[in-house]
Design a protein around this ligand. Structure first.
Ligand code: ZN
Length: 330
């Protein structure tokens, strides 16, 4: 490096602390290589972060996640995220949940995106009225407000009040009892696609997990041949569940292989690389969808405690749903 450049470098860094200067002097030896240039960039970045900690936190916790959120919204119609079937056909979709409010606390991105962007026909069956605290009647009425906010037709928005299926976090609902009930509505409404919880039930609630088990059994064993596809909502760790928009970091990183696969299948001719399959769906609420989902939950007034306010901001399920395809047994 020339003397002139060295002088410039020292002048620029004259306010640095001693250890930082020592580090840079090592890097400014005549044997500078691309490796030292990279190290120098890192050292300058480290110095910038250590002198702008608050700004760095704001950018990391809000700015970058929001940018990824916008990028994913732009990419959300890519086949990597939404199977071609849902882009080309209009299905009758049935969401099966356990309690009134499950539909907006956990499934609102699924409901909103499939309806507003892909014009799918939605139906909802809630297998109990959530009467564990004696509020079943009120909660059944509140559900209709939620369905209105989510644009689910009122004649396809039901909460059941059955003797053998009661809201209770300590009771496993028998699949043998659930399957005929689900089948009844599959036939009645000519349902093509079932959506429900996965085997961890998002919160681990036994009723959620029992519903998931019944839907999985129905699908795997082809109990009902009308059902073309079934999907389950992916549960994540507690940390990710309450990471709000920060979860977009992980979603973006984990989506890169699917995006690359989709890009290559598009670029390489003769179908040498198959297009992405229907095994996965990523559904992201737009800001408008998020507000509609909040409005839907506002209908569940009996459930509107202080921790629910926090949930609506902190839960990633208010912004993101990942659906996994349930394979049928051959
Ligand atoms: Zn529930």
């Amino acid at each position: 490096m020339t003397n002139g450049l060295k002088k410039f470098w020292y002048n620029e860094e004259k306010h640095s602390d001693d250890s930082f200067d020592e580090f840079n002097q090592i890097l400014l030896t005549p044997k500078s290589t691309s490796r030292t240039i990279v190290m120098r960039s890192f050292s300058r970045l480290y110095h910038w972060i250590s002198t702008h900690r608050i700004l760095f936190l704001i950018i990391s916790l809000i700015g970058i996640p929001l940018m990824i959120y916008m990028l994913l919204m732009i990419l959300s119609s890519n086949r990597a995220f939404i199977p071609i079937e849902f882009q080309e056909k209009r299905y009758n979709i049935l969401l099966i949940v356990a309690h009134p409010d499950d539909e907006c606390l956990f499934f609102s991105p699924t409901l909103r995106v499939l309806q507003t962007q892909y014009h799918q026909n939605l139906s909802l069956v809630v297998l109990s009225r959530g009467n564990h605290a004696g509020l079943g009647q009120i909660r059944a009425m509140e559900l209709h407000g939620s369905c209105r906010a989510l644009n689910i037709p009122s004649n396809r928005c039901l909460s059941l009040d059955l003797l053998q299926i009661k809201d209770d976090p300590k009771v496993w609902w028998s699949e043998q009892q659930l399957i005929p009930i689900i089948e009844e509505y599959v036939i009645k409404w000519s349902i093509d696609v079932l959506i429900s919880f996965d085997n961890r039930g998002i919160s681990g609630h036994l009723n959620h997990r029992a519903v998931a088990s019944a839907v999985r059994l129905m699908t795997e064993n082809r109990t009902n041949t009308m059902i073309k596809m079934s999907y389950e909502l992916k549960s994540v760790s507690l940390l990710r569940k309450y990471s709000s928009i920060l979860d977009f970091y992980w979603i973006f990183i984990s989506s890169i292989p699917r995006l690359l696969h989709s890009l290559l299948s598009y670029l390489i001719p003769f179908n040498l690389i198959s297009s992405t399959d229907k095994s996965y769906m990523l559904l992201i609420n737009t800001p408008n969808d998020y507000m509609a989902s909040r409005n839907a939950f506002a209908s569940h007034q009996s459930q509107y405690s202080w921790d629910r306010h926090l949930y609506l901001l902190a839960s990633r399920y208010m912004f993101i749903n990942e659906l996994k395809y349930i394979d049928k047994h051959v």
